[in-house]
Design a protein around this ligand. Structure first.
Ligand SMILES: Nc1ncnc2c1ncn2[C@@H]1O[C@H](COP(=O)(O)OP(=O)(O)OP(=O)(O)O)[C@@H](O)[C@H]1O
Ligand SMILES: [Mg+2]
Length: 264
C-alpha cells in the first residue's frame, strides 16, 4: 500500500457482471478529501462503478485501487463506508437501530473487538446525525423506508470512514432529512474524508460536492466542476461548449453524443 496514493484510482477500468462489462475504459483519480458526485441517467453504470470499488462487481479489465490497495485487498475494511442503493434494512433477524449501526462501527474495530464507550458514543452520534436519535432502541423493521435509508447512512458514518461511497443516499428521503444529511456530509468532508456520492438530486448536496463525474453508457462523459455538469445531465445532452469555454478536463470528444437538440 502506498502512503500517498490517491483515494481512488481507476485506469482504463472495465467493471461488470459475469464477463459482461457495464462500465468500460474508465480513467478516474480522486484525491483524498475530494467530494465527488457521480451523475448519469438510469442504467448508465453508476451503481456498477460504485460496486466495483467495493469488490461487489467484477473488475474485468484495467486497474482499480482504493485507498492505495487493489480492490478487495484493503485490510481495514472500516476505512471505506458504503451506503448501497435501494436496499432498506430487512431480514429475518429483528434488529434495533442501535444494533444495525453498531455493525458499521464493528467493521472498523474488527469483529473480535467489543464496543467501548467511545464506540457507543460514535454509534449514537451517527444515529443522531441522521435525525433518528429517538428511535435508537426501535426495531428497524418498524421504521419507514426513508428512515431505514437513513439508518444505512448512519451505519456507514459510524465507522468514521476515510472514504465514504454512497449510492443515492437522498433518494426517498424527505427535504428536512436531506438538509440534515448535507450538513453531516459537510462535516465529514471538512474533517478530511473523501466522498463519492451517486445521486440524481445534486441540489441538496450542492454545497458539499464540488466535482462531478457523469457516467453515460458505461463511460465517463464529463469530469469537472459540479456546476458544469448540471446541464450535461439535466437535459440529457452533452454540450459543454455551450458555455463558451473548452470542454472540462476529462470530457472526451469521442464519446457518443445526443445531438437531437432543437433548442440550439
Ligand atoms: N447484478 C447485475 N447483473 C447483470 N447486469 C447488471 C447487474 N446490475 C446491473 N446490471 C446492468 O448494468 C447496467 C447498469 O446498471 P447500474 O445499476 O450500474 O445503473 P445505474 O447508473 O446505477 O442506474 P440507476 O440510476 O437506475 O440506479 C444496466 O444495464 C443493468 O441492467
Ligand atoms: Mg444505481
Amino acid at each position: 500500500m502506498t502512503p500517498d496514493a490517491p483515494a481512488l484510482r481507476l485506469r482504463d477500468a472495465s467493471i461488470g457482471y459475469g464477463d459482461v462489462a457495464v462500465v468500460r475504459g474508465v480513467d478516474l483519480t480522486v484525491t483524498h478529501g475530494e467530494a465527488v458526485a457521480v451523475l448519469g441517467s438510469n442504467g448508465s453504470g453508476k451503481t456498477t462503478l460504485a460496486r466495483g470499488l467495493l469488490g461487489l462487481a467484477a473488475v474485468l479489465d484495467g486497474e482499480v485501487t482504493v485507498l492505495g490497495a487493489p480492490v478487495g485487498r484493503l485490510r481495514e475494511r472500516g476505512r471505506v463506508g458504503y451506503v448501497p442503493q435501494r436496499h432498506t434494512v430487512s431480514g429475518a433477524v429483528p434488529a434495533t437501530v442501535r444494533e444495525v449501526v453498531s455493525v458499521g462501527r464493528l467493521a472498523r474495530l474488527g469483529l473480535l473487538r467489543r464496543l467501548r464507550p467511545a464506540d457507543r458514543a460514535a454509534v449514537a452520534d451517527a444515529v443522531a446525525a441522521v435525525g433518528l436519535a429517538d428511535r435508537l432502541g426501535d426495531p428497524v423493521a418498524s421504521l419507514s423506508g426513508g428512515q431505514q435509508r437513513r439508518v444505512l447512512v448512519a451505519r456507514a458514518l459510524a465507522a468514521e470512514p476515510e472514504l465514504l461511497i454512497m449510492d443515492e443516499p437522498t433518494a426517498g428521503v424527505d427535504a428536512a432529512s436531506q438538509d440534515a444529511l448535507a450538513a453531516v456530509l459537510a462535516g465529514v468532508s471538512a474533517a478530511g474524508a473523501t466522498l463519492l456520492v451517486v445521486t440524481h438530486e445534486t441540489a441538496p448536496l450542492a454545497g458539499v460536492l464540488t466535482r462531478a463525474v457523469v457516467v453515460d453508457h458505461g463511460r465517463i462523459s464529463y469530469d469537472g466542476p459540479l456546476a458544469g455538469a448540471q446541464s450535461d445531465v439535466d437535459g440529457g445532452h452533452h454540450h459543454p461548449e455551450d458555455a463558451g469555454r473548452p470542454p472540462a478536463k476529462g470530457y472526451r470528444l469521442d464519446q457518443p453524443r445526443v445531438t437531437s437538440d432543437g433548442g440550439r
